[in-house]
Design a protein. Sequence first.
Length: 367
Amino acid sequence: MKSSLKLLYLIFGVFCINSLYGQTLDEETGFLYVKAEYLYETGRYDEAISQYNQVITKDPGYKDALIHRGWAKYAMAAYKGAKTDAVESINLKGINAEAAALLGRSFAQMGNEAAAINSLTAAIALDNKNASYYEWRAGVYEGDDQLLKACHDYEAAMNHGSASAEVKARNLCGSKPKPKAEDTEVTSTPNTTTTSDNQNPNELGENEVLSQGTKEPETTPTPNSTQTTNTQTETQTSSEGETVVRVVDDSEPVVENDNLPKNDDTVNSLKIDEELVVQIYGQELGKRKITEVPSILILADENGKVTINFCVNKEGIVTSAEFNGSMSTIAKKSLVSLALRKAKEFEFAKGKYDSQCGMMVFIIKPS
């Protein structure tokens, strides 16, 4: 009897523990999924992918984790990975409109127009009220010079409420709206500027330095001396009504500021992983010790670089970061946003300069 009771207690205990553990696991997965969704919605795609990875490891079929991870990869220009997630979701849960659309967009970016059109057509068949699906297929048709079909799809997207498709339909199909009457009327604005009887209308105003027809006096440099010229002008009016300009030259010798960094372009090259290298240089920043390197996940399919102009203060904190388009070969918004955010997460050792500014180059080499 006692043995039977012990067995019952043991079975009951195991059942309770398993139930409790299962509930905790489900809650943990749910928490990770909600966090991943938040990161995705706020454009932090790399962090969202990391959270989706944990969800999918625990439960590959959990809600829309696979599809949403695929969209996050797509946003980071990792089109092969996006396609893989779409296919895996279809194999696991069956086809739906969102999976077909993700597959179609991935095929389009990979240059397979026929597969893209087939997949987007399937998405439209499953959800024929989604304006984006029509607009995406129209874009593929347009890129493939199938302009009549593109025009038809842009108009369909427009009829389902897409403002961007409306603009494209007008431009492509030639149905530009006629300008309104009030837009074509030219209204002249009366010149409210008045001049006195004694004032030359070509004469500069009181806030301007040189008057009409007055030459700026030439300055003669002093040999063997380095000076900065602080030139000011004073405007006076003579008794004959002419404007006279007097130049006041307060010259001071140049004082070299020891608290300004030198133009040293030593490069500090950091290998983040096999697909990403970060180079830092400019104003001795390449020599400055880095104390914190953020976790960076870039899954782009194309080779290239994103260049960020940034500044660091004396405490080692990045105070500003701006995208340098002229020094970049990749300008995809999601990758630029990622680079800007990660640049601000770097931390440097304390330095002697109030500010150092240079460049941080994210070099992407997908395998």
